[in-house]
Design a protein around this ligand. Structure first.
Ligand SMILES: Nc1ncnc2c1ncn2[C@@H]1O[C@H](COP(=O)(O)OP(=O)(O)O)[C@@H](O)[C@H]1O
Ligand SMILES: Cc1ncc(C[n+]2csc(CCOP(=O)(O)OP(=O)(O)O)c2C)c(N)n1
Ligand SMILES: [Mg+2]
Length: 353
C-alpha cells in the first residue's frame, strides 16, 4: 500500500517528534475545548449540557484489511464510526482523541496519510482533535478513537426508551457497506491469484464508498432538531439491522414487527448482492457497517417523519411477549435473529484457516 512512496523511518523522529509532526496542523475550534493537545490531559467545559463519551477499537486483520483499504480512508472511517455513536444518543460530537499503535512496517508517510483522513473527518464534522496516544505495536496497526459530545438533558435518547405502538424508523439505506466489502474481498482474491489483473470496481462507486468511506448521520440529528422530532429510542447500525433492533427491544422490554418490503436498500446494493448470490435483505439485516440511525418515534410524530426522504418507516414496536418479528415479502412471519458481525467469530475463522 505504501511501497512505492518515500519512506521515512519513524525512529528518525522518535515518539515526541512523531507527535509534533502529526499534530502540527491540528486546530481547536470548539468553545468547549479549553485545552487540547500538549498537557497531561485535555480540558473541556460543557457548561449546562450533558457530556457524551464513546470509544471504539479498530484492529488490522479484524476490522480492516490494508490490502484494499487506503490509509487515508481508514483514518476517515475510524473517526466516522466513532462520531456515529455520539449522534446515536441524539448529541453533537465536539472532540475526539485519536490513538495509534504502529508496527515497524509503517513509515512516517503511512501514518501521515491516516492522520490526513482523520483530520478531514474532524474538519467536515466540526470536531476538535484534542489528544491521543502513540505507541509501537508488535504486530499490525491498531487505532482507537474516543469521541466526546454534548446533548441537552431533555434531548438525550437511550436504547431503552422504545414504547409499544412506536414507529420503527431508519435513516438512509442498508446493506451497501457489506456488499461493498464482498466486492473488495473478491478483487483481493483475484489480485492475489494474478497480480497483473487490475481491480474491476467500475460502476460500483456507491457501495465501495459505503464500505471505505462511511458518513455518520449528524444531519439526521440536525433534522430532528429542525422538525422537532424527539425519538424515544435510538442506536446506530454498526452490526446489522437485526442485531440493532434486538438491542433496542431488549433494552426497552418491548417486541417489534419489521416489514421486509420496507427495508431501504439501494438498487446498486440490491443488484450486486444478487450477482454474488446473496439475499439483499440478509445483507441489510446482518451485514453491518452502515452507520445509519435506527430509532423509534411515538405515533403522534408520524406526520413529521413520513415526508422525510431520507427516513424510512420499517415497522412498529409491539409488546415484549410478541417477540421481534419480520413479515417477509411473501407474508410469512419470521423471528429476527441477531446474526450480526462478531469480531470473535472472525478471529475463530482465521485461526481455523
Ligand atoms: N471492555 C469494555 N469495558 C467496559 N465497557 C465496555 C467494554 N466493551 C464495551 N463496553 C461497553 O458496552 C456497551 C456496548 O458496547 P458495544 O456493543 O461495543 O456498542 P457499540 O456498538 O455502540 O460500540 C457500551 O456501553 C460500551 O462502553
Ligand atoms: C477485514 C474486515 N473484516 C470484517 C469487516 C466487517 N466489519 C468490521 S467492523 C464491523 C462492525 C462493527 O464492529 P464492532 O467492533 O462490533 O464495532 P462496535 O459495534 O463496537 O461499534 C464489521 C461488520 C471489515 N470491514 N473488514
Ligand atoms: Mg463498541
Amino acid at each position: 500500500m505504501f511501497d512505492n512512496k518515500d519512506r521515512t523511518n519513524i525512529s528518525e523522529l522518535g515518539e515526541f517528534g512523531l507527535i509534533d509532526y502529526l499534530t502540527k496542523a491540528v486546530e481547536i475550534n470548539q468553545p468547549s475545548s479549553i485545552k487540547g493537545i500538549g498537557d497531561d490531559a485535555a480540558v473541556l467545559d460543557f457548561s449546562n449540557k450533558q457530556t457524551l463519551i464513546s470509544t471504539d477499537l479498530l484492529l488490522e486483520g479484524i476490522h480492516f484489511d490494508l490490502r484494499y483499504v487506503p490509509l487515508k480512508h481508514l483514518g476517515y472511517k475510524a473517526v466516522q464510526v466513532n462520531l456515529s455513536d455520539i449522534y446515536a444518543m441524539n448529541g453533537i460530537a465536539s472532540q475526539i482523541t485519536f490513538s495509534i499503535g504502529l508496527s515497524s512496517k509503517f513509515p512516517l508517510e503511512a501514518v501521515e496519510e491516516i492522520y490526513e483522513g482523520a483530520l478531514i473527518a474532524c474538519k467536515k464534522f466540526n470536531v476538535d482533535l484534542i489528544g491521543g496516544d502513540t505507541s509501537a505495536s508488535a504486530q499490525g496497526l491498531v487505532i482507537s478513537v474516543t469521541s466526546i459530545g454534548h446533548v441537552d438533558k431533555d434531548k438525550v435518547v437511550y436504547r431503552s426508551g422504545a414504547k409499544e405502538g412506536d414507529l420503527l424508523c431508519v435513516s438512509g439505506d442498508l446493506g451497501g457497506a457489506y456488499v461493498g466489502l464482498q466486492l473488495l474481498e473478491r478483487e483481493k482474491q483475484i489480485f492475489l491469484e494474478n497480480p497483473n489483473i487490475q481491480p474491476d470496481l467500475e460502476g460500483k462507486d456507491y457501495i465501495v464508498e459505503r464500505q471505505l468511506k462511511p458518513e455518520s448521520r449528524k444531519d439526521i440529528v440536525e433534522l430532528f432538531e429542525t422538525y422537532g422530532i424527539q425519538p424515544h429510542a435510538m442506536i446506530d447500525v454498526s452490526d446489522g439491522l437485526a442485531s440493532e433492533i434486538i438491542h433496542i427491544c431488549k433494552a426497552s422490554n418491548v417486541g417489534c414487527k419489521l416489514y421486509e418490503e420496507k427495508i431501504p436498500i439501494d438498487p446498486m446494493t440490491y443488484e450486486t448482492a444478487r450477482e454474488f448470490g446473496l439475499d439483499p435483505t440478509v445483507c441489510a439485516l446482518s451485514g453491518g457497517e452502515d452507520y445509519e440511525l435506527l430509532f423509534t418515534v411515538p405515533q403522534e410524530q408520524y406526520d413529521k417523519v413520513k415526508n422525510q426522504l431520507d427516513i424510512s418507516i420499517i415497522g412498529y414496536i409491539t409488546e415484549e411477549n410478541a417477540g421481534c418479528e419480520m413479515v417477509s415479502k411473501s407474508g410469512h412471519v419470521h423471528s429476527l435473529k441477531a446474526q450480526g458481525w462478531n469480531a470473535f467469530e472472525a478471529e475463530d475463522q482465521q485461526n481455523e484457516e
